[in-house]
Design a protein around this ligand. Structure first.
Ligand SMILES: [Ca+2]
Length: 271
């Protein structure tokens, strides 16, 4: 019987729980690790198999969710170890759940389908959005005025330049609480996810390095489908209150390096 893995650990992040463990890969020769999952009090099922000592339980959505995990080692002969003791993991709660929406575009559903040109008409981007996206909350429509795909300077099909997406929203007064930005993506380029510079009313907020995706979101728009290869990722951060104004606020997203990313939704929230 192969040995059970040791030190199974979980790390809760936004929309996902990371698992890692230590195992002896060669004594005996391990074929794969089988990861089992259950919700508290619920039945256990096979979550996935991996040859690595890490596993990502993803696409969990914005709510904080708790799961129990156990790992079984399966060797080359097909023999199975005893399962590890169950380890608990909890994903982080999104500001899209804990906060009050001020202005949003799109729906948080792991799909790009509500946006213009979705799911695969990137070839029309230059004709439709060659000067970038300029979207006013409450006036414009996601299916017409917000492109599903945001190209970067590495994209020959979009002119090899930095493209700006502008999101305008109006508040009667600067909110009392913290104001957060949430950008949910269904996918990015696998090797060149690139960086985006976020700005608010002309002030640079931050440069964000996007996570590597699967290079499929330019062609298909539903990461919620079972077995979808898409790799969603999330950016959530506090906006500087001093840069906010009563009246119209102008948020800008400049894709300054790398290739494209594809949106699931974007929003500004009071936390
Ligand atoms: Ca969506």
């Amino acid at each position: 019987m192969p040995a059970s893995v040791r030190r199974l650990r979980t790390t809760g992040e936004l929309g996902r729980i990371l698992l890692s463990w230590e195992g002896e890969a060669y004594r005996p020769l391990v074929d794969h690790y089988a990861v089992y999952v259950s919700e508290p009090g619920g039945p256990e099922s096979l979550l996935g198999k991996t040859v690595y000592a890490t596993f990502v339980h993803g696409k969990l959505g914005g709510r904080a969710r708790t799961f129990h995990y156990r790992v079984v080692t399966v060797d080359a002969a097909g023999d199975r170890s005893r399962p590890t003791r169950a380890v608990v993991g909890t994903s982080a709660e999104s500001v899209t759940v804990s906060g009050r929406p001020i202005a949003t575009v799109g729906t948080l559903d792991h799909k790009s389908l509500e946006f213009a040109l979705a799911p695969n008409l990137s070839a029309q981007f230059t004709a439709r959005f060659g000067t970038g996206v300029d979207y006013t909350y409450g006036v414009d429509a996601p299916g017409v005025d917000w492109s599903y795909i945001h190209p970067g300077p590495s994209d020959a099909w979009a002119g090899r330049k930095a493209h700006r997406f502008t999101f305008r929203f109006t508040v009667d007064a600067v909110p009392a609480g913290e104001v957060w930005l949430a950008i949910w993506l269904i996918d990015t380029h696998a090797t060149l996810p690139g960086t985006a510079v976020l700005g608010l009313n002309g002030t640079t907020v931050r440069e964000v390095a996007l996570e590597k995706g699967a290079t499929r979101g330019s062609l298909e728009g539903d990461a919620a489908l079972p077995g979808s290869p898409l790799k969603p990722s999330y950016v959530e951060l506090a906006l500087p209150k001093a840069a906010l104004v009563a009246g119209e606020n102008v948020l800008t997203i400049d894709k300054t390096s790398g290739s494209w990313h594809v949106y699931d939704a974007l929003g500004v929230y009071e936390k």
